[in-house]
Design a protein around this ligand. Structure first.
Ligand SMILES: Nc1ncnc2c1ncn2[C@@H]1O[C@H](COP(=O)(O)OP(=O)(O)O)[C@@H](O)[C@H]1O
Ligand SMILES: [Mg+2]
Length: 313
């Protein structure tokens, strides 16, 4: 079972940092004292203002290394650990979601379909009118439960993502938007046909593109969304352009605090060392662009950096 890492035992936990400013101040005090005592003895001929300038310069140079060691290095370590943790949490979430989706589809879904068939069979027999009415109600109920389940399976992590990869998974996802005449998706896959990316990269792009297209359908009133997946110097790039109403400023600031879509997109990109850019103008649509670093040899940059578990998702 997954155990969340213990924050208390982490050497870089900020609550254990209280001593660092004191050590730094003590060092600054001792260094300044030594300089103030030593400089006039070593260079007695210098005027006071040159001594003061030399004092300040020496102090800055001497304190740069301790400041780096005491603050910058641990902060960098903390930031890398946070990235790894985020990546791990997202991977576990995805694995869990895939398991639930499979269970829903293969377990409950099949049982419900079998129930529906049984009910149909029962209705083909002559039955008292009250029982027949109850059977119709029951069939309607089971039918709508199957529909609800299908929706959950569609929106959950599709097994096709692990089995066949990003391109077919996205095609399947986009197909769920079809049926609305006022909304179309143009999908431009510019990577080699059926090529696979590291699992974590595939998952991140699948989720980000899914959210951006959902936003275009839900908020933008867009009629066309163009999705392009291509290779770029840094890794792999996804661009989602809609022709909807757009928005001004930071979207999450305007939206209520329950809006986690864009926040989630950013977190997913940054968990893999990537970046997300959103450009929008009222009446002129929205462009979402995400770049996930990827070395082309099957590794996302975070995996190379961490040298740890294979990127899963
Ligand atoms: N493509 C888009 N076109 C217009 N508005 C958008 C678009 N994407 C996001 N928004 C705005 O940004 C807000 C936040 O989006 P998001 O974080 O995905 O949360 P949610 O979809 O749950 O509202 C939305 O409520 C909407 O007002
Ligand atoms: Mg959203």
């Amino acid at each position: 079972m997954f155990r969340p890492p213990s924050f208390r035992s982490s050497p870089d936990q900020p609550s254990r940092w209280w001593w660092r400013p004191f050590v730094f101040l003590a060092l600054a005090f001792a260094t300044e004292l030594a300089i103030m005592q030593g400089l006039p003895l070593l260079l007695p001929q210098l005027p006071w203002w040159q001594l003061a300038a030399l004092d300040a310069g020496l102090l800055t140079v001497l304190l740069a290394a301790p400041a780096w060691l005491l603050f910058v290095v641990p902060l960098e370590r903390l930031s890398t650990a946070r990235g790894r943790l985020l990546h791990r949490v997202l991977s576990i979430q995805e694995e869990e979601q895939e398991r639930i989706t499979r269970d829903l589809h293969d377990g409950i879904g099949q049982s419900l379909t079998a129930m529906l068939m049984q009910l149909r069979l029962m209705q083909s027999e002559p039955l008292p009118p009250t029982v027949d009415r109850q059977l119709v109600d029951l069939r309607t109920l089971v039918g709508s439960t199957v529909e609800e389940l299908r929706r959950m399976v569609r929106e959950g992590r599709p097994p096709v993502l692990s089995d066949l990869g990003l391109q077919p998974a996205l095609q399947q996802r986009f197909a769920s938007f079809v049926g609305n005449d006022d909304f179309s998706i143009r999908f431009d896959w510019r990577l080699p046909e059926a090529s696979r990316l590291p699992p974590a990269v595939e998952t991140a792009i699948y989720r980000i593109v899914g959210e951006a297209v959902t936003n275009a359908a839900k908020h933008a009133g867009a009629s066309t969304v163009q999705v392009m997946i291509s290779r770029c110097v840094a890794g792999v790039q996804a661009q989602i352009v809609d022709d909807g109403r757009g928005f001004v400023g930071r979207p999450n600031a305007a939206a209520d605090r329950q809006s986690f879509g864009i926040l989630g997109m950013r977190e997913r990109a940054s968990a893999l060392g990537g970046s997300l850019r959103i450009e929008s103008q009222p009446g002129r649509g929205t462009t979402v662009e995400v770049i996930i670093p990827y070395d082309g040899a099957g590794h996302s940059s975070l995996c190379c950096l961490g040298g740890e578990e294979s990127a899963d998702g």
